[in-house]
Write a protein that binds this ligand. Structure first.
Ligand code: EPU
Length: 440
């Protein structure tokens, strides 16, 4: 199937309205009640799609979230030459033809995670040419550690007119010892995918321990890779000659789950989140409980949140897993605007991830920023207004603030939300939020 036909398949998945509307209007002050089914994790589905390039066998991925970033990655696979078949919540990929190992600027510019194809293409085709991602709303986000790791595996890496090209030695990549300067999630994933087909053994040290890395290692292991230690800082890989197709269901989205936990805590009422994984949420649940949220886990895949009026401030510092996730920082800050007292929110993973603060201030939040720390004073009376955000999680925090605000909040540029939240408006409306998609 070529990229055009593939786009046609993807078009069939598009949900009504959500695809075409540009803004979201929320009337605050309505308690939420009911059940929300959690979707598959975007950040686990992205590397899983990239991993399908490592084999000529068919890879079927279940529990795929219907979000724009996944479609972008699927389009990238199709443009490389893979056959991609998209069904309502699963994808089948077969990369058995001639692959053109190039990730063009047009795709990479819309999604930095495109760099996840670098390792798989260098390993499978012996060569990869990937456009360098440009600037980003949350920080400079270089990919130097991906490139250094590929060099450690024997690749020659050079930059040329905005592209980076990695070329493996004649006999393919060779195992090596990669020491990350700091843990990097997609960097670990990218190099894990390169190492599984390298000749000999590789060590990934100071590797990221996020659940999404573990999920990728599980998928690769099902494909025939030999990996030990995923989920710890040291991953050992014994390279194999070839990998086979397989089937795999993506883990539930812990950030989507956390976002709905905060929604319930801000709006009040009782929310049941189904199909999630409690243990992936532990750092978030711990902080929310400390703030006074009532969260129960009747079993490992269900969380029940009962809203409470008595939220109190807690400090939070983002860290790599198992620390508090940076992808929940903006949402947690929205929660802290409604807590009594002063809370310090420290961002240590990205350099510029406070873009939501100015917009929250416009809604009446009392927040001051000094360097990497935001000081939130609560409880602030939020009022609805027009707001606009610059990235996915910042947009989510504005929707959450809208649930707690008096009056109507209109969140503009919701294409950010579509990149990573599967049917957000639909899911929130399903539990009683007054939320509608509108034209800007
Ligand atoms: N970094 C470098 N050099 C590199 C790679 C990373 O300096 O070569 C730095 C980054 O600039 C950052 C830190 O290392 O300061 C950690 O970044 P990391 O590489 O871990 O981030 P990422 O892999 O680009 C993934 C998620 C992000 C999430 C971060 C942190 C995917 C597709 N993206 O990004 O998700 O915030 O890990 O957990 O997995 C989101 O979903 O909204 C999102 C931004």
């Amino acid at each position: 199937m070529d990229a055009v036909a593939h786009n046609g398949v993807l078009a069939a998945r598009k949900a009504d309205g959500w695809e075409f509307m540009q803004a979201m209007r929320i009337a605050g002050g309505r308690p939420l009640s009911g059940r929300i089914e959690i979707s598959g994790a975007k950040n686990a589905a992205l590397p899983a799609l990239a991993a399908s390039l490592l084999t000529d066998g068919p890879v079927t991925l279940g529990r795929m979230p219907d979000v724009v970033d996944i479609r972008t990655m699927a389009n990238l696979l199709a443009s490389v030459g893979a056959e991609v078949e998209a069904r309502p919540d699963s994808y089948s990929i077969r990369a058995n033809g001639n692959l053109d190992p190039v990730a063009p600027y047009e795709l990479v510019k819309t999604m930095r995670a495109s760099s996840l194809v670098l390792g798989p293409l260098a390993a499978r085709c012996g060569r990869a040419r990937v456009s360098l991602p440009g600037g980003c709303a949350i920080g400079s986000r270089p990919i130097d550690m991906h490139l250094d790791g590929l060099k450690t595996l024997g690749a020659t890496v050079r930059q040329d007119r905005g592209y980076v090209e990695a070329v493996a030695p004649k006999g393919g990549l060779v195992g090596g010892r990669i020491q990350f300067r700091r843990p990097t999630v997609t960097g670990t994933e990218d190099l894990l995918m390169a190492a599984v087909l390298a000749n000999g053994e590789s060590l990934l040290e100071n590797a990221a321990c996020e659940p999404e890395v573990v999920d990728l290692a599980e998928l690769l292991t099902k494909m025939g890779a030999r990996i030990e230690g995923a989920g710890t800082p040291t991953i050992r890989v014994d390279g194999v000659d070839a990998l086979a197709g397989t089937e795999h269901a993506i883990i539930p989205d812990r950030i989507e789950t956390g976002t709905y936990l905060v929604a319930g805590a801000l709006a009040g009422g009782e929310l049941t989140l189904e199909g999630t994984r409690r243990q992936h949420l532990e750092p978030v649940i711990a902080k929310m409980r400390q703030a006074g949220c009532l969260i129960e886990a009747p079993d490992d895949s269900t969380l029940v949140l009962r809203g409470t009026a008595a939220l109190s401030s807690v400090d939070v510092t983002t860290r790599e897993h198992p620390g508090f996730p940076t992808d929940m920082q903006a949402q947690f800050m929205a929660l802290m605007t409604q807590a009594k007292g002063t809370s310090k929110v420290v961002e240590t993973v990205f350099e510029n991830r406070f873009m939501h603060v100015l917009e929250l201030q416009r809604m009446g939040a009392d927040i001051t920023i000094g360097g990497h720390t935001a000081v939130v004073r609560g409880k602030a009376a939020l009022t609805g207004t027009d707001v606009m955000a610059s990235d996915l999680r910042a947009s989510a925090s504005l929707v959450l603030a809208g649930l707690a605000a008096k009056g109507e909040t209109t969140v503009h540029r919701i294409y950010h939300l579509r990149r990573g939240y599967d049917r957000l408006a639909e899911k929130l409306a399903g539990v009683g939020a007054s939320i509608e998609l509108i034209d800007d």
